[in-house]
Design a protein around this ligand. Sequence first.
Ligand SMILES: [Zn+2]
Length: 531
Amino acid sequence: MKLFILSLFFPLTLYSQTDSCDILIKNGKIIDGTGNSWYYGDLAVKNGKILQIARRIDRPAKKIIDAAGLIVAPGFIDVHTHLEGDETKDPNATNFILDGVTTCITGNCGSSNIEIGKYLEFIDSLKLSINVATLIGHNDVREKVMGRASREATPEEMQEMKGIVDKAMREGAVGFSTGLIYIPGTYTKTPEIVELAKVAAKYNGVYATHMRNEGDSVTQAIDEALTVAREARIPVEISHFKLSGQQNWGRSKETVPMIAAARKEGIDVTIDQYPYTASSTTISTLIPDEILAGTQDSINARLQNPQTKKYVVGYMLKKLAKRKLKHFSYAVVAYCEADTTYNGKSVEEINLMKGRKHTAASEAETVIDIVMHGGASAIFHGMSEEDIKRIMKYPYDMFACDASIRQFGVGVPHPRGYGTNARVLAEYVREQHVISLEEAIRRMTSLPAQKFQLHDRGLLAEGYAADIIIFDENKVQDLSTYQHPHAYSRGFRFVIVNGKLTVENEKHLGIRAGRALYGPAFQNNSSLSVH
Ligand SMILES: [Zn+2]
């Protein structure tokens, strides 16, 4: 009887040593995500969770993985992705899974679904191989209420926008994001952002921002992000932290200390980066913002005006001169719907292809033509390796691909969508020793889990969700390049998502065990309704 009662109250203590498990990982070097050193151990998985971790585990298992010589770590959490619209293109999310990523945070840069509850239900019904959490994006909120209007919000519009953010947080968003270089976010003044961030703060959300400027005015942009954090009392994540433009190279000497000083002041600020010296965005970012307001028709109407066109060309040439460049060779079209022969070519090359003069002015007109024909995504070679490394050395910097689920072979996308984590581990940990392996893994796991409040993920600990990767630290390698981006990373031998073996010997098994992850407000609501 006594034993019975004991087993009722402490079922695990009697249960655990002999009970079978689903997966038993043996002989691995465990790096648990805390930043602590590796140690030898075994790890048992059952019912989607980590059942036990010990120096040696001998219990029956449906599947035994010999991880001798391999690293066992938590699945990586990518805090900055853009999955919207690509979820069904490859529900296996192969580019993420084979780069060690088991959880993505989407809805970044102000761009998300408006109906967060419906979106998370959609994610669950679709069954991806990765877990997905989402932010609510400011640009979509503003566009829903105000269209693409270039003005301040009226009090009524402000109220309506707050209502959308409020609902999104209650439905499970993990926070609020902005994209202040994009339309219509760029028309927004700081107080509007503060007011909306306060709503996210009320529900324990975070504020993630693609700042207003990542080049000449980067320090003002950082100040704005910190102002939002201070005034809305919200943790802030500065997305894809970088220095754009050749003229700004080296300024991470200014910007990283700004982040450190803000933390000292008591602002919960963290940053993330992708480990590449080129960025990827729309080609229209070369054109002044005011030209881009409204619909494609209104953009074209403006650009057809010779006076306006002359102004735009002048603006673009001035910016190019600032970079100390003679041609738009640093801007490469990734994907152009209107003419796919542009894909993979620089603006300089496209201009020559069209038989035009080999001048920057002519290249500027070529860009205008592309924008008038619906635009294109583009890769901009504009960052320095030294800045990347200096940012990487900052301990509260995470890694994020700023990409989506990739359709293998389609377009010429930025390689970061395939190789971000493998590249950090191969290039910056193994080859250049910029940070240690344990530190890199901490930044890929427990740091993002803490920031985005994924409380049962990001660590290898008993009771945590069994998102686990097993990889070869000597062989892990990104293979995706700017020229040939469609190549999966190598070295991630096994990937387990929610306790289900998803990758075996670097082959995706087609298992889709990911699920929607709900933000803090949703969790509180559901626990209240249970009790
Ligand atoms: Zn962004």
